[in-house]
Design a protein around this ligand. Sequence first.
Ligand SMILES: Cc1ncc(COP(=O)(O)O)c(C=O)c1O
Length: 387
Amino acid sequence: MRPETMQGDAPFWDDLRTLYPAAERFVYLNNASDQPYPRPVAQALHNFVETSCEGNPEDLYTPEVPRRLRETFARWLGCSADTLAFCSSTSDGLIKAVNAVAWRKGDDIVIPMNEFPSVSYPFKMAEQDGARVVFAGRSGHPVTEEDVLAAVTRQTRAVAFSWVSFCTGYKMDLAVLSRDLKGRGVEFVFVDGMQGVGAWPPELRDTDVDFFAFQVVKWIAAPSGIGALYVRPGLLDRLRNPCLSWYSVPCCEDLTLLTDTDLEPFASARRWDGGTPPWLPMVGAQAYLDLLEPAGPEGVAVRLGHLLDDLRSRLENAGVPTVVPLSSSHRSSIVFLDLPDAAEAQRRLREADVLTAFRMGRVRVSPHVYNGPEDFDRLVRVLTGAA
Ligand SMILES: Cc1ncc(COP(=O)(O)O)c(C=O)c1O
């Protein structure tokens, strides 16, 4: 990684912005919903479709595609590629993880209030086996590490939470919270990483997280349908197998073995991959992460840190508070504005082509690395009625 790329204001980022046609048309601050594709991603997808149409499609479907992407995801997650199973969505990853545990009557599972439903619903499957879900925190407020720990009792077997909350933007400290949970006897820590991966490095190998699932679309610009489930080293062999298929065993690459019914599953987490890879989303995700590779996960985090500092000073000067203070170490790239008439503000922003989201009665601003101070200037001018 080049040191100059690590700087939040390096020319790398200005060049990157020129690859986003959408950034010329709008002030796009809704990356927590869907990120527009930069040109090289659109081009890679286009090339794939063209070759499928005009070339030999077999050239596209090689084991090198999933092999490289698994390595690349591992780099962005801070873990080994052996610990990653592909999944088609965050939900798919968490469903596999929940079904890998033999739940028992009397097991409590702690989940924050106001979680995204990808976290809460899979645990209804555990409830079928007698487990019980207990909610932590206060509705409408950011749920903190302390709130989660306060809900843990001797009955708590598992805790599940979003790394970054979709409805407050609060980013949990994964290393500290997972360590503290294990210290209190919690057996399994499940994390929904969807609103963080591609923006912040989770450094999973430095945590006590057991399962961590995400997919592309938001902070990694690519068509939905590809993500990964991290399974903590040493855990696979202690769990039930929630996913055994022809992609769990070597016949998926050695077609002479297709009719062999006694193959041993792969030793690594890829045994939970499922079936034929989703080639097109994979190609898009690889193209996006290759584009960002000169910065890498660390450079992306530095850039976002600079952008959030800039946004913070502009909002402070305009007297607009945020739900999670932008001075806090729990800030993320999801920023909720605390406005008296949020619905009206959202309407004015849309009218001015400043694209934000409206969630839980609040305006949500979610910048990514290709945004810049000019976008924040426009946002604040519309909010203060100066534009
Ligand atoms: C926190 C969180 N998790 C998960 C998802 C999406 O889940 P899936 O990948 O299963 O569609 C979203 C989408 O907005 C989200 O905000």
